[in-house]
Design a protein around this ligand. Structure first.
Ligand SMILES: Nc1nc(=O)c2c([nH]1)NC[C@@H]1CN(c3ccc(C(=O)N[C@@H](CCC(=O)O)C(=O)O)cc3)CN21
Ligand SMILES: CC(C)C(=O)C(=O)O
Ligand SMILES: [Mg+2]
Length: 272
């Protein structure tokens, strides 16, 4: 018992604000299952987001719109059960929170009780301030998400950079401020001009987490399959830190060749 590795200190929501004050960038990746969550946790990633990007990455949908709470919860449970240190944030999927603060609270409570989440994330600005405030009063930390919000892709006219002209930039700053003032513990900024992301980061006391928002924000998030080069296409704002897709294909090919050549299984994989 005494030689077991000591449990790492858990990342808590107040650590996010501390990291911003110290100027230490916050690291965040998506995760959708226990295997990858355990690996990212061991790697020291601070925050794991069970994103509704599970729709396009794991479930084979064309985007995030079809994703349901029923599909999210098993993934949230798998990730929260696999981490020792990381903070686990559950995305609220499209249609599960917008209608009212009460609907938002009911869905978030499920993410906590059934999924074991530590925080939830929702897309939107000032119009969701009451939602954020009710969750916060109820003890549920909220991460905001402004700029390009994929759940409203149809209204925004596609996957486009948001906050380009002065008026849109002002609106974006106002939206980020509104969710922060309502109690959000961090705000994701997706696909916004780097200069606008800097302004938001200066105005907010809570950290900004960028994705396609430049380097002068308080943290970064990427979809893990983009970060690891699992698929042939990845968005312009993502760097491929590995080519895991090619690596995995190679492993599958080597396995198939060994089976066909009867070199696997060998004696050590067989029983007397
Ligand atoms: N794999 C994946 N990566 C993501 O970053 C991601 C998801 N899925 N799903 C949820 C949202 C949707 N996001 C996306 C998805 C695609 C583009 C995209 O197609 N970008 C184009 C530029 C489009 C344009 O400028 O018109 C690109 O080439 O990067 C951007 C953001 C970000 N999130
Ligand atoms: C892109 C990130 C921020 C996200 O919301 C997701 O992965 O669903
Ligand atoms: Mg999302």
């Amino acid at each position: 018992m005494s030689d077991a590795a000591p449990a790492p200190r858990r990342v808590r929501v107040h650590h996010l604000r501390q990291a911003k004050e110290r100027g230490e960038p916050i690291t965040m990746l998506t995760a959708y299952d226990a295997v990858t969550a355990g690996i990212f946790d061991e790697a020291g990633i601070d925050v794991l987001l069970v994103g509704d990007s599970i729709g396009n990455t794991m479930l084979g949908y064309s985007g995030t719109i079809p994703v349901t709470v029923e599909e999210m919860i098993p993934a949230v449970r798998a990730v929260s059960g696999a981490v020792r240190r990381a903070l686990v944030v559950a995305d609220l999927p499209f249609g599960s929170y917008e209608a009212s603060p009460e609907q938002c609270l009911a869905t978030s409570v499920r993410m906590f009780k059934e999924g074991g989440a530590h925080a939830v994330k929702l897309e939107g600005g000032a119009h969701l301030a009451e939602h954020v405030a009710l969750l916060t009063r109820s003890g549920i930390p909220v991460v905001g998400h402004v700029g390009f919000t994929p759940q409203s892709e149809n209204l925004l006219g596609g996957k486009r950079v948001q906050g380009r002209d002065d008026e849109a930039a002002e609106r974006l700053v106002g939206d980020a401020l509104a969710v922060a003032q309502a109690g959000a513990v961090a705000v994701v900024l997706e696909m916004v001009p780097a200069a606008v992301a800097v302004r938001v980061s200066e105005v907010l006391e809570v950290p900004t987490i960028g994705i396609g928002a430049g380097s002068d924000v308080d943290g970064q998030v990427l979809v893990w399959t983009d970060m690891a080069g699992m698929t042939s296409w990845s968005p312009r704002f993502a760097r491929r830190f590995a080519e895991l897709g090619a690596e995995l294909r190679g492993a599958a090919q080597a396995y198939a060749q060994a089976v066909r050549g009867r070199t696997f299984p060998a004696a050590e994989h067989s029983f007397e």
